[in-house]
Design a protein around this ligand. Sequence first.
Ligand code: NCD
Length: 309
Amino acid sequence: MGTLKNKDILHGNQFTRKEIDAIVRTAAQMEKELKGKGSLNLLKGKILVTLFFEPSTRTRLSFEAAMQRLGGGVISMGSVEGSSVAKGETLTDTAQTVAQYADVIVVRHPRIGSAKEVADTVSIPVINAGDGAGQHPTQALLDLYTIRKELGTLKNLSITLVGDLKNGRTVHALVEVLSHFGASFYFVSPAILRMPEEIAARMREKGCMVTETEDLALAASKSDLVYMTRIQKERFADQSEYEKLKGSYILNREFVERLNKKITILHPLPRVDEINPDVDSYPGAAYFRQMRNGVYVRMALLALVLGKR
Ligand code: NCD
């Protein structure tokens, strides 16, 4: 394969259909091989560095687990307060530094475009683990992998995306990767948290059907899948605005049962109140399985960018 060798993973729109297929295929291989063995030796001697300037649980830990399950090593900048960032070091200088110690960088930072800045500074592969309200391409790929596993196909699905579509980087990246498969999208959000027009327009250009609405029940009744997201508190300049909008959409068991059909429910997590815990035992609630798939997909991405698959 080798098409992703030495490449950066920065944006959901960077992938060709062929690359997406290769990532899915490699992730499925990783899942299978891991079941028998628990760990592989593919990246022995390689080092991953995690550079996280924003909170993370799943993304950082699943990247670390992925690298270790591939036999590689992990180093981490640790907290911003505990690093030279606290002394005023720039992002690009920090990037230059860690590039001397590692073979691949995973970076999360509050500024849109920050991962690209890092990639333009260093010669080793850089993986964007979230650049502010921008993109989160590895989440998008694990979401896509999960959808394929849960629904058996990616083709011509009706997909409802709910919540903070303006600031949510997971949905920004997810629609880009899904646009290769002929999706119908329902974008459900409060009016001021709508999907950026540029992204909605690109989806239409790519031949996807796009419907924007505030009515979750209507959209869900027409969909195969509901992708819930959190209102992104940290992106609000005015916290009273956030207080007004939180709780805009809440999925509970009663709502799901009333749809009267099997529906798949995803969420990148963390959740605040948008999915009631009484949904967790619903058979279509796939958000915990989704987290586990993150390890396989990140294993695939690491192996591919480091040229070992
Ligand atoms: C998301 C993120 O950081 O963008 N979390 C994740 O990576 N799984 C979603 C969020 O924080 O709401």
